[in-house]
Structure formats: structure tokens, C-alpha cells
Design a protein around this ligand. Structure first.
Ligand SMILES: Cc1cc2nc3c(=O)[nH]c(=O)nc-3n(C[C@H](O)[C@H](O)[C@H](O)COP(=O)(O)OP(=O)(O)OC[C@H]3O[C@@H](n4cnc5c(N)ncnc54)[C@H](O)[C@@H]3O)c2cc1C
Length: 302
């Protein structure tokens, strides 16, 4: 605990926001999880690196969180430091007339509006994905035919020694919901995105159109982490789950959405235990009935 106290002191000294005994329900879109000892939101990359170095030196576990929209937090909470980029690393600016540099903690919806404001097209697909730029660059987030890999020129990061560096798009080893950052454990601090000049009216109507599609197809009225499973080859997880008769199936407060079987929703009082039990049940049933192994897309915290 003394180690954590010295990390908190350092965080305060570096102007970070610090919250103690914070519920992970507040930090994840699934709205489940226990208590985290400390949540630190650094405002600068320098502060972020100082905190990370101190965690390592003091042998304190940390977890890097963006907007928590692809993360399932343990009911036991997190005995360590959660470092949150959203609300902290949120600088965003044009580097020339068609390139945006954005820090990792900027939300994807703010980024899409910034692109729209500057009549830049190519980022519309990100509108409606409730994540951060860092989380999206890590996951190679994508929707409606677009993926981060199509727009990222390079990512800046802190490497395993917490030194500043960058990787160009070719070095990012982007694949379906996959990036090199899942292997190297570096912390993404920002992304340079190359977009194209476009017509503001067309950009806005594409954004609205994609949002409409989401509202139509997805259970946005419930807490979730979006699609829980990756898309299997030549198939759709939601279609397979539906085919197995699992729509509406629930364990505790975790339920397969009636609106979109690829989503598990928290109907109010779900625990992470319920969600994981439901994930297991779905995987087992789908494999038994269709011989397809469903792989989860979400990351587990704790
Ligand atoms: C309603 C809903 C709809 C969704 N629709 C889509 C969709 O259409 N397409 C899609 O791809 N996803 C979708 N998602 C999932 C999710 O929004 C994306 O995966 C998003 O990119 C996650 O970003 P995040 O900041 O919330 O990540 P988090 O959940 O905070 O983190 C996810 C992982 O990324 C790591 N990470 C976060 N930030 C960094 C960083 N700066 N450096 C290194 N690692 C980092 C975390 O450690 C964790 O392992 C949806 C989710 C919801 C709830």
C-alpha cells in the first residue's frame, strides 16, 4: 500500500487526476466490476511515463484503460493502478490540411466531429464506436467497411522502457481486431491519421446514416461491450448464436440481446461472473451445434 501511496504522490505532483477506491462499473461500458485501488488520469505523456516508471519500480500492477468499451472488469476489482487516457490525453490538431494528430484519450466521436468540422472524410466509420483513439488503434477497431488500419499513418507510443517512439502503419501488423501492440505491450500515446478533403454535407450525412444503422440494429439502450465475439471466417457470430436458439438466453443479469445476438447485454444487475459464464455457454453451444469456435473480442481487466 505504501508503494501505491508514493505513486499517488507522484501523480498529484504531475498534475494527474487521482481517484481512490473507484468502482470499475463507472469506467466500463458493461457497467460491471469491483473496486480499483486507484485510478490515475495523466494529462501529459510525460506524466504518463513517470507513473508507469514508478509502477514498475515499486512493483505495482497497472492496467491501461481507454474508454472501457471493450473491457470486462473483474468482480474482484483491481489491486493496482488503473491508468486512464480518456479525460487526460486529449490534445487533437491538424498537422496539415488533411492530417490529424490525436492523443490516445480523445474519444472516437470527438475525432469524427473534428474531421467533419475540418471537411475531412475517411473517419466517419468511427462515429458511434464508443472507444478512445488509443483503444481503437490497439484493437484495429472497424465498422461498416472501415478500419483503423485504413487511416492510421503512424502511432506514437511509450515502449517497454517507457521511452517515446513511433511505428508506421506498415509496422503495426494490423489484421482483423489485431495489432502489434497486443504483442509488444507498448502504450499508445497518439495517432497520426491521414484523411481526404471532402464535402461537409456528405460527411455529416454518412455519419448520421451509420449512427441510424447502429440504433436500428444494436441494443444501445443497454450496457454492453459491443460484439462480444470476433467474426468467424465466412460467418457471423450473431447469426450462429441466433441459429443455436440463444437469443434472450440469460445467466443472472447477463443476456444474449434479442435485437442483436452478437451482443451480450447487462440487463441491470449483471456481474462479470454472469457475463463470462454466458460467454462460455455460448461458445460451448455454438461449437456443439455448428462446429465453429467463437473467439472473444473483449479484453479482461483483473
Ligand atoms: C455499443 C458498442 C458498439 C461497439 N461497436 C464497435 C464497432 O463497430 N467496431 C469495433 O471495432 N468495436 C466496437 N465496439 C468495441 C469498442 O468500442 C472498441 O474496441 C474500441 O476501440 C475500444 O476502445 P476503448 O478506448 O474503449 O478501449 P478499452 O476498452 O479501454 O481498452 C481495450 C483494450 O485496449 C487497450 N488499450 C486502451 N488504450 C490503450 C492505449 N492507449 N495503448 C495501449 N493499449 C490500450 C486496453 O488495455 C485493453 O486491452 C463497440 C462497443 C460498444 C459498447
Amino acid at each position: 500500500m505504501n508503494n501505491i501511496a508514493s505513486i499517488i504522490d507522484l501523480a498529484v505532483l504531475n498534475g494527474c487526476e487521482v481517484k481512490r477506491n473507484e468502482s470499475l462499473k463507472k469506467l466500463t461500458t458493461f457497467k460491471t466490476g469491483g473496486i480499483a485501488n486507484v485510478v490515475i488520469t495523466p494529462k501529459t505523456v510525460y506524466a504518463l511515463s513517470e507513473i508507469l516508471m514508478m509502477c514498475r519500480k515499486s512493483n505495482v500492477k497497472f492496467f491501461l484503460l481507454g474508454n472501457g468499451s471493450n473491457t470486462l472488469a473483474s468482480d474482484d476489482g483491481f489491486d493496482g493502478v488503473i491508468i486512464r487516457t480518456v479525460g487526460g490525453l486529449c490534445e487533437m490538431y491538424l498537422t496539415d490540411d488533411h492530417t490529424i494528430y490525436t492523443e490516445a484519450g480523445v474519444t472516437l466521436s470527438k475525432l469524427s466531429f473534428f474531421a467533419y468540422d475540418n471537411a475531412l472524410t475517411g473517419a466517419e466509420f468511427l462515429y458511434g464506436i464508443p472507444g478512445s483513439v488509443g483503444g481503437a488503434a490497439f484493437m484495429n477497431a472497424g465498422a461498416y467497411g472501415g478500419e483503423m488500419k485504413d487511416v492510421v499513418e503512424y502511432c506514437t507510443h511509450l515502449n517497454s522502457d517507457f521511452q517515446v517512439g513511433q511505428l508506421s502503419s506498415r509496422q503495426l501488423e494490423y489484421g482483423y481486431r489485431k495489432s502489434v501492440y497486443m504483442k509488444n505491450g507498448f502504450i499508445i500515446t497518439g495517432v497520426l491519421m491521414k484523411l481526404k478533403k471532402g464535402d461537409k454535407h456528405e460527411i455529416r450525412s454518412k455519419m448520421d446514416d451509420l449512427m441510424e444503422k447502429r440504433r436500428d440494429k444494436q441494443p444501445l439502450e443497454y450496457p454492453s461491450a459491443g460484439s462480444i465475439f470476433k467474426r468467424p471466417e465466412n460467418n457471423f457470430a450473431g447469426a450462429l448464436i441466433e441459429k443455436c436458439g440463444l437469443k434472450g438466453f440469460h445467466i443472472g443479469g447477463a443476456c444474449v440481446s434479442e435485437k442483436h445476438a452478437g451482443f451480450i447485454i447487462n440487463t441491470g444487475n449483471a456481474t462479470t461472473f454472469d457475463i463470462l459464464a454466458l460467454v462460455n455457454h455460448i461458445q460451448k453451444t455454438v461449437f456443439e451445434k455448428t462446429n465453429v469456435k467463437l473467439e472473444t473480442e473483449i479484453k479482461v481487466l483483473g
